[in-house]
Design a protein around this ligand. Structure first.
Ligand code: SF4
Ligand code: SF4
Length: 473
């Protein structure tokens, strides 16, 4: 079990921890220092200002971007839907529903290769109707029956926000996890800051934590990275992580604090999503509002944006975009994916970063080679440049053989030795890759980023984890 309050008091002096990690405790909060990781200092960070975006005319759901699920459509083109009507369910467990982020008419269902459902597009009615789910009063949340709570969250389409280690699939409702980790971190460039989305919503956040407490065997942990301006968080945060990306990942916290193999089945959820759970329970309606960030060197108005779930990326990006030299990165720089212009914000994503494709050659680049180029490698002059650099999407080289530089090993926050794990996967030596700690991989993307040979380490490890998971189930 990762530490609960009593365990923490008992064990505050006994843990020495791995070399790249240390911890101290102050009051009820543990401070953990994660010494590996990386801080990518690039231009285009969003400000803490919050702008409300005008309502789009359409919103969309994108089943293809939800890992692991096998979606079964529950609607057809032309159907009228309300906010919260079921659009598709997971064939593996039909209780897991995904509901409409808008009320109106289904105007498009787009399929990709092999009939993969890519998008379900809803044209919004001016007066949207809402499905009405059961409402729970604030005082009843604390003692709500677990089965009833699960039913409400699954029917309301928000259960998939809770995910399970080590594979990061949607949590199995019947399983009672040892703990749930709520992450308030935003170290990956670029993610919404908890000070922005919690600013007016602390009471709701507390209700959400109470609800999560009904799902778990012992405790709900709240982890944060870096200082927060919100005093109200003081009594709620259980773990403060100090370090570079991905120190804020709940998988990193789990790696350094677990005490038995059963802890590997902890659940986790993003901080903002806790608010959504509470909103659904209190109002009996599917919450459509999301706070996301618009960022990246090509974005105008880089800030936090209050908008709708499933907003079109083009609407979120704003009008003044040089589309022929711009990549839409949906989600973070390391874990996100390249969005198409006609795409919609995915179920889990809370950021859009606009980066130059980088096909233009920089003027007079040969005079100061690599001075303005973000890179982990110290062979570039940029290692002396402390200012935020302009990142583009160019790969700067082809895939080559591993040169055994050790960069991936030095950076991996969970000590996996990515290079050796990668080799064991290629050699089909599953036991060996598991022994290296394959299942601890938090899929942060850093090993691929730092690899001078452009080897797709993260993707290979992620696919191996997936294949192993499929074999297990
Ligand atoms: S193996 Fe790579 S992706 Fe996995 S945790 Fe380590 S650095 Fe991150
Ligand atoms: S970073 Fe790339 S080249 Fe260097 S050891 Fe790892 S896999 Fe090999």
């Amino acid at each position: 079990m990762i530490e609960n309050v009593h365990d923490r008091l008992k064990s505050s002096n006994e843990h020495s921890g791995p070399e790249n990690f240390s911890r101290t405790s102050a009051g009820h909060m543990k401070t953990l220092k994660v010494k590996k990781g990386y801080r990518l200092n690039i231009q285009g960070a969003p400000s803490l200002d919050l702008e409300a975006l005008e309502t789009p005319t359409r919103v969309g759901a994108t089943p293809e971007n939800i890992p692991f699920i096998k979606p079964r459509l529950c609607v057809k083109s032309g159907d009228e839907v309300k906010v919260g009507s079921v659009l598709f369910e997971d064939k593996r467990n039909p209780d897991i529903k995904f509901v409409s982020p808008g009320g109106g008419k289904i105007v498009q269902i787009n399929f990709g290769p092999r009939r993969v459902i890519q998008q379900i597009v809803i044209e919004l009615d001016p007066e949207e109707k809402h499905e009405e789910f059961e409402k729970i009063s604030e005082k009843d949340i604390e003692n709500i029956d677990r089965n009833r709570l699960v039913k409400l969250l699954t029917a309301g389409g928000l259960w998939p926000l809770i995910r399970e280690f080590p594979f990061r699939d949607i949590a199995v409702p019947e399983r009672i996890p040892p703990a749930i980790i709520v992450s308030l971190g935003a170290l990956e460039p670029f993610q919404p800051d908890c000070d922005v989305y919690l600013k007016e919503s602390m009471p709701l956040f507390k209700l959400g934590l109470q609800a999560l407490g009904r799902l778990v065997e012992k405790n709900v942990y709240v982890s944060i990275c870096g200082p927060s301006s919100m005093d109200q968080l003081n009594g709620l945060v259980t773990h403060s992580l100090i370090g570079d990306y991905p120190a804020d990942d709940p998988g990193v916290l789990l790696y350094y604090t677990r005490k038995s193999s059963s802890d590997n089945r902890c659940w986790y959820i993003n901080g903002q999503d806790v608010l959504l759970l509470a909103q659904l329970l209190i109002s009996g309606q599917y919450p459509t509002e999301r706070i996301v960030v618009r960022a990246g060197s090509l974005a105008t108005g880089r800030k936090h944006i209050k908008t709708r779930a499933g907003v079109p990326l083009s609407h979120l990006a704003g009008p003044e975009i040089e589309t022929d030299n711009c990549r839409y990165v949906v989600g973070g720089i390391f874990r996100g994916y390249a969005g198409r212009e006609g795409d919609y914000l995915g179920f889990y994503e809370t950021s859009l970063t606009l980066l130059p494709l980088g096909e233009k050659t920089a003027v007079l680049d040969f005079v100061r080679p690599g001075f303005a180029k973000p890179s982990y490698s110290r062979t570039f002059l940029s290692s002396f440049n402390r200012s935020a650099l302009n990142m583009d999407c160019k790969l700067h080289g082809d895939v080559r053989a591993c040169v055994a530089c050790g960069s991936c090993n030095r950076i991996c926050p969970v000590d996996i030795l990515p290079q050796l794990t990668y080799k064991s996967i290629l050699a089909d030596a599953l036991d060996e890759s598991l022994a290296h700690g394959l299942l601890d991989c938090v899929e942060c993307g850093l090993c691929s980023y730092v690899c001078p040979s452009k080897i797709e380490l993260t993707l290979t490890l992620r696919n191996a984890k997936k294949a192993y998971y499929k074999e297990q189930v």
